[in-house]
Design a protein around this ligand. Structure first.
Ligand code: SF4
Length: 295
C-alpha cells in the first residue's frame, strides 16, 4: 500500500492535474460559479456530500444521479489512476487518505469495503509459526481434523476421532488458535480449508461442505459462543428408530484374518490374458489364402 503523502504528491504534481474532472472551470468562462470541468452540468461539490440542512436532506434519487454523473466524469479524467491510488492509500494512523466523497470514480463506502477486504486478506496471509503447525499435526488433532472434514455434528466428530465430545471440542478450539483463526468467527469450513492450505490436512481428505456455518471453535464458559458446530441444520438424515446408531463406516464384526481369507478364496486363481503372436502374411494377399484363413 502506497504512503498517502507520496501518493498525494504524485497526484497533485501530475502534469494534467489542473485539467482533472472535478476542477472548477475558470470563472471568466464558467456558466455558473463552481462549474466542474469534467461535466458542464455538475458543480464541483458533486464529488462530495452536499451541504444541506438536516431537515432538508438530498432526495435519494437525486443523490444517486449526482454520484453516477460524478463517477462518469471521473472515468474521463486524465489523472484517474493517480487519484484512485491516492484515495485508497492509508495514512500513518491506518485511515483511508480520503474517507469521504467520490475519488477516482469510487464511492467512499466502496473504498472502505476495499480497505476491510485488504485487512482481512493480510490477516489470512500471515502464516502461523512453525511450532503451532507442528502442534496441529499431533495424532489427536489430526484425528479431530479428519473427523471434522467428514462430519458436521459435534457428537459424530468426537465419535470418529475416538474421544468424548468435550475433548474433541477442546481440540477444535485449540486448532483455531494454532492456525491463526478467530475463534469467535471461524467456521468449520474455514478451519478445514486453512488446515489444508497450510499442509496440516492432506489434500486427499474430502471436506464435506456445509456452507459458511459458524463456528469451528468449542463453546466458551459464558455461553456467548455457539454451542454446536451447526445448530439447527439438517446436516444428516437419520431414519426414525435408528438415532442411537452411529452413522458412517463401522468396524466389521468379522476378524480381519477371516475376512482376508474369504477375499483370497473368492478371488480364485489369477488368470493372464495371452495374445497370440502376429502372423506374417504374404503380400499382396492372394484371394485364395484369405478365404482359406477365413474358413
Ligand atoms: S478521478 Fe479524481 S481528480 Fe479526476 S475527477 Fe475524479 S475525483 Fe476528480
Amino acid at each position: 500500500m502506497r504512503d498517502s503523502l507520496a501518493a498525494r504528491a504524485e497526484l497533485t504534481q501530475h502534469r494534467h492535474y489542473r485539467y482533472r474532472g472535478c476542477a472548477p472551470v475558470p470563472a471568466d468562462v464558467a456558466d455558473f460559479p463552481g462549474q466542474a470541468l469534467g461535466d458542464p452540468r455538475l458543480h464541483i461539490d458533486a464529488w462530495g456530500s452536499l451541504d444541506r440542512p438536516d431537515d432538508d436532506p438530498e432526495p435519494q434519487r437525486e443523490r444517486i444521479a449526482r454520484e453516477r454523473a460524478a463517477a462518469a466524469a471521473c472515468g474521463r479524467c486524465p489523472v484517474l489512476d493517480s487519484c484512485r491510488v491516492y484515495a485508497n492509500s492509508e495514512t500513518a494512523a491506518g485511515q483511508l487518505a480520503e474517507p469521504a466523497g467520490i475519488w477516482g470514480g469510487i464511492l467512499a463506502l466502496d473504498r472502505h469495503r476495499a480497505l476491510i477486504r485488504r485487512r482481512q486478506d493480510q490477516a489470512v496471509v500471515a502464516p502461523p509459526p512453525s511450532a503451532a503447525l507442528s502442534e496441529a499435526r499431533t495424532a489427536q488433532k489430526q484425528a479431530v481434523l479428519r473427523s471434522l472434514a467428514r462430519e458436521t455434528d459435534e457428537e459424530l466428530v468426537a465419535y470418529r476421532a475416538g474421544m468424548d465430545v468435550r475433548t474433541a471440542n477442546w481440540h477444535r478450539s485449540l486448532l483455531c488458535g494454532l492456525l491463526g483463526l478467530d475463534k469467535d468467527r471461524a467456521s468449520r469450513e474455514e478451519l478445514l480449508h486453512t488446515a489444508r492450505r497450510l499442509g496440516v490436512l492432506p489434500e486427499r481428505v474430502r471436506i464435506r461442505p456445509d456452507g459458511r456455518w459458524p463456528i469451528a471453535a468449542a463453546p466458551n464458559g459464558d455461553g456467548s459462543r455457539q454451542r454446536r458446530i451447526a445448530p439447527g441444520m439438517p446436516a444428516q438424515i437419520v431414519l426414525p428408530g435408528y438415532q442411537h446408531l452411529p452413522r458412517g463406516r463401522r468396524p466389521s464384526p468379522i476378524p480381519a484374518e477371516a475376512l482376508a481369507a474369504t477375499h483370497r478364496a473368492r478371488r480364485g486363481p489369477r488368470l493372464r490374458l495371452v495374445t497370440p503372436p502376429p502372423q506374417q502374411l504374404p503380400l499382396p494377399l492372394p484371394t485364395l489364402t484369405v478365404l482359406e484363413r477365413a474358413a
